[in-house]
Design a binder for this molecule. Structure first.
Ligand code: FAD
Length: 411
């Protein structure tokens, strides 16, 4: 049986960063990734070659100088030299309401509010006791008014995780908002030369990564067989390791853990998930009349958001990644894209698709995470990913670092 010190299941940013910490600590770590491409939600699509080369993000797109765990890796690996600031277009976006696109900046969002409702709600909030444990909808409805929340804030907030955020916890694990300390020596919002795929390429080059490796089972090994864990692939290959990190979504982790680790599978199974269908298109710059902007948010439509590459502009092309609600056909999605961009179907020079399953945290997520951490204590089994503190890249990388530290010090 193949043997490693550490096996990491899942080659997204959570798995790659966990494996990077293990490798840096001198461990023989192997990442097993089911698809032909590592990176998971970090999915920079490359088009053309040489001077015609172009890239855009079909998944995650933006990092911030508060991403300290990611920046630690960037500093240590030379990735820091590839950091590229996001340009002026990052400050503009468009709201699509009743078929009309209105371009705006961050402050114009407030102009969409009913001021009477805002003033009344703020006054009431000021004189009433702050209540912990609220949903995002309850928290913001209390601050800005229920109608202001539903009509103005909810579409913008839901555009961030490509799903309805009404039932997300307003604070604590799983919430959209976190206080993070910024690194003053790093530009506030950035990507990398070649997109976030540069992070994937760098890490996958530094840690042993096997693609097309679908993990189908995980079990503890008896001490007589060397202890640790046994990982089985769908093709029947078995591998052994002293430590294993599961860096897959909660549904897959539940399925892999249920037979041998039911106490971990039970809380994991309580984390809901949603599907997001993304379609990315590349068009000639001259084909689209839209001003340069970072994203488009619909008040009500079949998509949650459309993210552009305009903050890192290209002289000849533009790209748009539309993130759709589930249940629509590709024809419906393409019709939506051409309608919003105001272009004919043959203007779409490149079309890419991807499907993502994202966690959907609800009230009580703190307790789920605490239960998982209690179940993991004292083991060399690690759980990491975007269903602990939150969905952001930094939440994944910080969790991986903390989990590696715990596993490395567990005897
Ligand atoms: C459209 C979109 C835009 C986003 N934008 C941003 C952003 O701008 N900034 C930000 O900070 N965050 C953003 N996020 C969130 C962030 O990108 C993700 O939450 C994060 O990248 C998830 O990383 P992960 O490693 O936990 O999971 P994933 O990226 O989902 O990786 C899990 C990996 O496990 C693999 N896998 C699954 N099952 C198995 C198996 N049985 N065996 C082996 N491998 C398996 C999968 O193929 C996948 O590669 C965005 C997310 C999406 C979807």
């Amino acid at each position: 049986m193949e043997q490693r010190d550490v096996i990491v299941i899942g080659g997204g940013i959570a798995g790659l960063s966990f494996a990077w910490h293990a490798t840096r600590a001198g461990q023989r770590a192997l990442v097993l990734e089911a698809t032909p491409r590592p990176g998971g939600c970090l999915d920079s699509r490359r088009v053309g070659a040489g001077s015609a080369a172009y890239w855009y993000e079909l998944g995650a797109h933006t990092c911030y100088n508060s991403y300290q765990a990611l920046l630690e890796i960037a500093d240590a690996t030379g990735l820091g030299a590839l950091i590229r600031p996001r340009g002026e277009a990052r400050k503009r976006f468009a709201l699509l309401r009743d078929g009309r696109l209105t371009t705006m900046g961050p402050l114009s969002v407030f102009r969409q509010f009913s001021w009477w409702q805002l003033a009344g709600s703020l006054l009431r909030a000021l004189f009433s006791r702050k209540r912990p444990g609220l949903t995002t909808r309850a928290h913001f409805s209390r601050l800005v008014g229920a109608d202001n929340y539903q009509r103005v804030l909810a579409p913008f907030l839901s555009a961030v995780p490509s799903q309805a955020v009404d039932d997300f916890p307003a604070s604590g694990a799983g919430s959209l908002f976190k206080k993070r300390t910024r690194r003053k020596d790093v530009i506030k919002t950035f990507s990398f030369d070649g997109g976030l795929g540069a992070v994937v390429d760098k890490l996958a080059g530094l840690v042993e990564t096997r693609t097309g490796a679908v993990v189908s089972a995980l079990r503890p090994r008896a001490d007589g067989d060397g202890g640790g864990y046994q990982v089985e692939l769908a093709d029947g290959t078995a591998l052994g390791a002293r430590a294993v990190a599961l860096a897959v979504g909660p549904a897959t982790a539940t399925r892999l853990l249920a037979p041998a680790f039911p106490a971990l599978a039970a809380p994991l199974g309580r984390i809901a998930t949603v599907d997001v269908d993304s379609v990315g298109v590349v068009v000639a710059r001259s084909a689209v009349a839209l001003p340069e902007l970072a994203f488009i948010v619909p008040a009500a439509d079949i998509f949650w958001s459309a993210v552009t590459r305009d903050p890192l502009p290209d002289p000849t092309r533009r790209a748009f990644a539309f993130h759709f609600r589930p249940g629509h056909s590709q024809d419906e999605r393409l019709a939506c894209i051409t309608r919003v961009l105001g272009v004919p179907a043959d203007a779409l020079e490149v079309v890419h698709t991807r499907s993502t399953t994202l966690p959907s945290p609800t009230l009580g997520h703190d307790a789920v995470v605490a239960e998982l951490d209690r179940g993991l204590a004292g083991t060399r089994l690690a759980l990491t990913g975007n269903y602990f503190a939150g969905l952001a890249i930094e939440d994944c990388v910080a969790r991986s670092k903390a989990e590696w530290t715990r596993v490395a010090t567990t005897t």
